[in-house]
Design a protein around this ligand. Structure first.
Ligand SMILES: NC(=O)c1ccc[n+]([C@@H]2O[C@H](COP(=O)([O-])OP(=O)(O)OC[C@H]3O[C@@H](n4cnc5c(N)ncnc54)[C@H](OP(=O)(O)O)[C@@H]3O)[C@@H](O)[C@H]2O)c1
Length: 252
């Protein structure tokens, strides 16, 4: 089997895994943050957990990208810049903006996230710098332009929504409050909505099965978590705004 076939099978494997992941998470919410619970083995601080979990999305991705023959071409470089802009923030900035570090994260969550990120790095970085074909003219194609625009909007929504959450706690505080403003008028989890837009944009900008696999996997991960957050807010806060949807404005 040549590498292109192996890459396709791994990519299809990621898509296939999204379905059981979604079904499992609909019944058992991933045990970190407000849904944390005992019985998941050794724990680490959330800050360390996030760095451990997301590092492969920066470092393994970069290593695989730089090993590819197209690494110095303009369009692959632009795609790499999009990916790294998201993940450098997520890995090395976001964890240091978190407050309420008293809650612990199971090591198994961080380790399984890191494992997924290694596979995802192979699927996406290998595609962008080796197996895919992105000549300079790709940068002016409708796929890239539309995808980059959706990605940029998604990143702005995600960053703003996370910032609102991270500012809800004063230093040293650990509880939860109702977030307000921006897309919180309509949604419980605009940060997840923004994240989904980002990977939808990536799928369009790369016009690839590799990109689609990450979008589908992210949806399988974040949809059940958004529904769990939504139920949790409604149970905890009787005054929680009834008109808010969980994840997608006007839909869900
Ligand atoms: N691509 C993917 O598959 C994927 C998967 C997971 C997450 N992500 C992204 O990673 C980021 C973080 O995800 P997450 O699941 O940790 O998000 P989250 O549950 O919304 O929490 C984000 C941060 O805000 C705090 N927070 C949340 N709601 C709060 C409230 N009502 N009052 C006070 N503080 C609050 C949390 O504290 P606590 O930790 O104490 O709850 C945490 O530090 C998001 O941008 C998400 O899109 C991506």
């Amino acid at each position: 089997m040549d590498e292109r076939a192996i890459h396709t099978w791994v990519t299809l494997g990621v898509i296939a895994t999204a379905v059981p992941t979604l079904l499992y998470l609909l019944f058992r919410t991933a045990p970190y943050g407000r849904h944390g619970r005992a019985g998941w083995g050794p724990t680490v601080s959330p800050r360390f957990g996030w760095i451990l979990m997301e590092s492969p999305a920066v470092l393994a991705w970069l290593g695989i990208y730089l090993a590819g023959p197209n690494r110095a071409e303009m369009a692959p470089l632009a795609l790499a810049a999009m990916w790294q802009a998201h993940y450098i923030h997520r890995t090395f900035i976001f964890p240091f903006r978190m407050r309420g570090d008293g809650r612990r994260m199971p090591l198994v969550i961080a380790a399984s996230g890191a494992f997924f990120n290694v596979i995802n790095a192979y699927v996406n970085a290998r595609w962008v710098s080796t197996l895919g074909s992105y000549p300079d003219t790709w940068l002016t194609s409708p796929w890239f332009l539309a995808g980059a625009a959706v990605f940029a909007v998604g990143m702005a929504v995600n960053l703003h929504a996370d910032t609102v959450l991270l500012n809800l706690r004063a230093p040293g505080e650990t509880g939860y409050k109702i977030p307000r403003g921006g897309l919180y008028r309509y949604l419980t989890c605009p940060n997840y909505f923004g994240e989904l837009l980002e990977w939808l944009g990536w799928t369009l900008a790369t016009a690839s099965l590799a990109g689609l696999s990450f979008f589908v996997f992210t949806a399988g991960n974040l949809l059940p978590r958004a529904l769990a957050h939504h139920r949790w807010y409604r149970e905890k806060f009787p005054e929680y705004p009834a008109e808010r949807r969980a994840l997608i404005p006007g839909v869900l």
